[in-house]
Design a protein around this ligand. Sequence first.
Ligand code: AMP
Length: 434
Amino acid sequence: MISKPKGTEDIIFNKAKQIKYVEKVIDEVMEKYNYNYIDTPIFESTELFHRSVGDASDIVTKETYDFTDRGGREMTLRPEGTAGVVRSYIENKMYGMASQPIKLYYNGPMFRYERPQAGRDRQFSQFGVEVLGSDDAMVDAEVISLAYNIYKTIGLSNIVVNINSLGDTESRDNYRKLIVDYFTPHIDDLCDDCKRRLNSNPLRILDCKVDADSEIMKNAPSILDSLNKESRQHFDKVCEYLDILQVPYSINSSIVRGLDYYDHTVFEFVDKSMEGNSNVLGGGGRYNNLVKELGGEDIPAVGFASGISRVLLALEAEEVSLDINEDIDLFLLYVNEVEKNYAIYLTQELRMNGFIVETEYLNRSLKAQFRQADRLNSKFVSVLNSEDLDNNEIKVKNTKTKEEDVINLDALIYYLEEKSNDEVMDDIYNLDNE
Ligand code: AMP
């Protein structure tokens, strides 16, 4: 038997339904915020990720799926969504469009060669947004509140935002010098990755999971003390707007994020009901230099990305059950060929009028068909009968109340509509009385 590759998953049945539910909420909330859906290629030139995510980042040094295509071109399966979106923004000259800023969202598979564990796969889906063309702090706040409201609408209630600022280039250069001076005398106490980062990417030392609890790490200077006036002002504004939007946040100066392109605001969403490193549902930040870095104009931008499977883990941790429909409306049972023809015809007719309808595909006995209707939680069943059908009639039975009605075939749609409405009203009534 051939098995699926390590770190990948077959998303089937209940999990597939949960993901579809989550994706529907994402689409609906994005629509309200007026973000445009964008779908970029799953593979891009390797160079794109070296120049955006960064040569020294963990993702590019250790985690990309690289291949040479049959034409000899160096390609990479995308490890994240921002690089492709920014490439598309430049290539499609979106900066020249009349309506600015450009607000985009995506949802799709990403690939990272990581050690598979709970909440960490080699193929995983991320949804995210990118807003290009505004450096106003209100956009940072909108992007954060948008993600927060998606989590909330899905049903999560234990989410907090950890937020920090990396400042502009000047602030970051100053801070880099400070922490290199701070960590150099302690180099022997740092993990191997951090020893390497001291030269290549010193800010990432602060994000180290291995040394996180050490005294050296805890006493490291805070980047917030190195912010120049403009950077401080931008950060204060983001916090002010988050207060207006009533998004719960805590300022955490150790957040630097794993991608090299961020400046100013960076943030992470944590579910407090979850434990370990997988409690980060998503994160993002501002990246005012990336468009230029990739050959575009000097255009500021901000975005976030969130893993879909992490959202499902968070739902489990918070014990939220999604409002997923597990029932069907009607199961049509039949015995002979004439009745089967009716079943085929009526199934289509009712489905096209908005009902979830099933029928028998395996020519089983009536008893077995009833069992199947039961398995599918059918609200109504109808045993098609040639005699009734000749009289343009059909018998429909409510599986809960066991009530049976004989209905004119032409009135079947109205009958089911009315009965469904009754059921909705009953549900509302029962809720009121709980
Ligand atoms: P990043 O792009 O590294 O900032 O990650 C943003 C979010 O994507 C994380 O918070 C996770 O929810 C998700 N994510 C990143 N890497 C993985 C992975 N290997 N498996 C599953 N989800 C992931």
